[in-house]
Ligand binder design. Structure first.
Ligand code: ATP
Ligand code: MG
Ligand code: MG
Length: 548
């Protein structure tokens, strides 16, 4: 853990354990089930679970399901799957909605203490009267209702006597507080909506700032980690714990939000991309969701290593997506078998190779990890090479195939291009080459050298495959004008090719990962691959300008 020492939250935990402030730490990951998890959430997951793991503590998975309008069980299930896939198991599964009765009772307690009141102002009026950083807020005309009246109204809110938006419950704190969050924040609102867990039992729902500290206190959470935007909410967090007379006192700590270049990281925006069909679902391999990264081929290890490397800096800078890609390559380097795949095929006939003959050539499965052994690759008179590896009129320093030039076929022989076959439109459709049997790979041939080595797949046994290449889903906002993110959607983020892979890949299973020689790492797509059609997703290309 390279950056562990820069983890200030970890230092706090060490101190708290040392001084006996806590005996055991309890953290929680508290997603709202209103969308699929993204890589930003993964940061919070890793932080909470790894901290508890390191210090023998506990981590709760708690669904912060206090807003029935946007939540759904589909999301609950996907979140559980994603947390497990990242490699973590929770020590308790909780739903904030299970505490609604308790929260209601605590709100009643606040009313009885004169610390909360029912307000008839509209949401807009409340916002307008909140004031600004330089101007104090104005008190609501309903602020001084009696305790009896408030108790009666709050009960009737619960009973469903009022319409959505007609009334709210507010904390009675200080309309002149320099911290706007303390200017009588709303604690409860009315929403006549069916909740995925509590059905129609409730028509009033607690707001985040009221619910969250109570949830933490009820569960005995010791270190409540959240992102930096909530720093200004901390005084309110502490106020709720104190005024609601919670026995257990959790503490909130903030860390920097993860942002990535060319990436939106908000469930609301990601949902828009899904709903408006810019992508093929939440798990589209171009999405920064955990399920999208999984389908793309990222491993849990690569994501965890990436996040660990980031540490928990208080800053919320934008991290280069290439850093994430770097960790994918690092993780797959030793794990992924090497293989050859031709993405844009061009047929080559080796005219001096005996017709009907097929020979098997041996190749290392992973030269960086010799323990993975060897594989057999067929070779015969007809092969496919990459269209890009041939040019009829090459520029200087082009060392691949062109008329009269000789190149090495990886794991096989030197071939020389003698003839270019074209169709009626003048497109190159086939090459006629000759091979030199003396030059067989591994034979020690040293009579002459060639400058280019290209990959290939034997034509007769090649397995057809669909290959999906990706570019960032969002383009850079180059002119700097504030744009709606949908205007930045890259129209070329997906390219679908029909190519060929080595025959020994015909039994590849969903999520098998390979390094295609000279191309990059690819994952067998788990959704669209069928028994007679392999589909591969590009995880990352081989090249990188990124260095850690
Ligand atoms: P979004 O705006 O994408 O909906 P959110 O914060 O509303 O995100 P929650 O489901 O409430 O989503 O988040 C669960 C936890 O994940 C919270 O503790 C939150 O702080 C954390 N989290 C969310 N986004 C990020 C991020 N980009 N970086 C780090 N942590 C994040
Ligand atoms: Mg949210
Ligand atoms: Mg949230």
């Amino acid at each position: 853990m390279e950056n562990a020492s820069s983890n200030f939250i970890r230092n706090i935990v060490i101190e708290d354990l040392k001084t006996g402030k806590v005996d055991q730490i309890v953290t929680r990951f508290p997603p709202e089930p209103n969308g699929y998890l993204h890589i930003g959430h993964a940061r919070s997951i890793c932080l909470n679970f790894e901290l508890a793991d390191e210090f023998n503590g506990r981590t709760h998975l708690r669904f912060d399901d206090t807003n029935p309008l946007k939540e759904d069980v589909e999301y609950v299930e996907s979140i559980k799957e994603d947390v497990r896939w990242l490699g973590f198991e929770w020590d308790g599964l909780f739903f904030a909605s299970d505490y609604f009765e308790e929260m209601y009772n605590r709100a009643v307690l606040l009313i009885k203490k004169g610390k909360a009141y029912v307000d008839d102002l509209s949401a807009e009026e409340i916002r307008e009267m909140r004031g600004t950083l330089t101007e104090p807020g104005k008190e609501s005309p309903y602020r001084n209702r009696t305790v009896e009246e408030n108790l009666d109204l709050f009960e009737r809110m619960r009973k469903g006597e009022f319409k959505d938006g007609e009334k709210v419950l507010r904390a009675k704190i200080d309309m002149a507080s320099p911290n706007i969050n303390m200017r009588d924040p709303v604690l409860y609102r009315i929403a006549h909506a069916t909740h995925h867990n509590t059905g129609d039992k409730w028509c009033i729902y607690p707001m985040y700032d009221f619910a969250h500290p109570l949830e933490d206190a009820i569960e005995g959470v010791t270190h409540s980690l959240c992102t930096l935007e909530f720093e200004d909410h901390r005084p309110l967090y502490d106020w709720v714990i104190q005024e609601c007379e919670m026995e257990h006192v959790p503490r909130q700590y903030e860390f920097g939000r993860l942002n990535l270049t060319n990436t939106v990281m908000s469930k609301r925006k990601l949902k828009q991309l899904v709903d408006e069909k810019y992508v093929d679902g939440w798990d589209d391999p171009r999405m920064p969701t955990v399920s999208g990264l999984r389908r793309r081929g990222y491993t849990p290890e690569s994501i965890r290593n990436f996040i660990r490397e980031l540490g928990v800096s208080k800053g919320s800078g934008v991290v280069d997506t290439q850093m994430l890609e770097h960790f994918a390559r690092e993780d797959l380097k030793l794990k992924a078998p090497r293989t050859m795949a031709v993405l844009r095929p061009l047929k080559v006939v080796i005219t001096n190779y005996p017709e009907g003959k097929v020979e098997m050539l041996e190749a290392e499965i992973n030269p960086e990890n010799p323990e993975m052994g060897v594989r057999q690759i067929p070779f015969s008179r007809e092969i496919y090479i990459e269209q890009d590896d041939f040019m009829e009129n090459p520029p200087p320093k082009y060392f691949r195939l062109f008329p009269g030039n000789e190149v090495r076929l990886k794991h096989a022989y030197f071939i020389k291009c003698n003839e270019v076959i074209k169709d009626e439109q003048g497109n190159v459709v086939e090459l006629h080459c000759t091979y030199d049997p003396e030059t067989k790979s591994g034979s020690g041939f040293s009579g002459r050298k060639v400058k280019g080595t290209i990959h290939w797949v034997e034509a007769q046994h090649a397995v057809p495959a669909e290959l999906r290449l990706y570019e960032p889903l969002l383009l850079d906002d180059t002119d700097g004008e504030e744009k709606d993110f949908l205007e930045l959607v890259n129209p070329n983020s997906l390219e679908v090719l029909q190519g060929f892979v080595e025959p020994n890949m015909k039994d590849a299973k969903p999520h098998d990962k390979f390094q295609f020689f000279r191309h990059g790492y690819f994952n067998v797509d788990p959704k669209d691959t069928t028994s007679d059609q392999l589909v591969f997703n590009l995880i990352v290309s081989l090249k990188s300008s990124f260095e850690v």
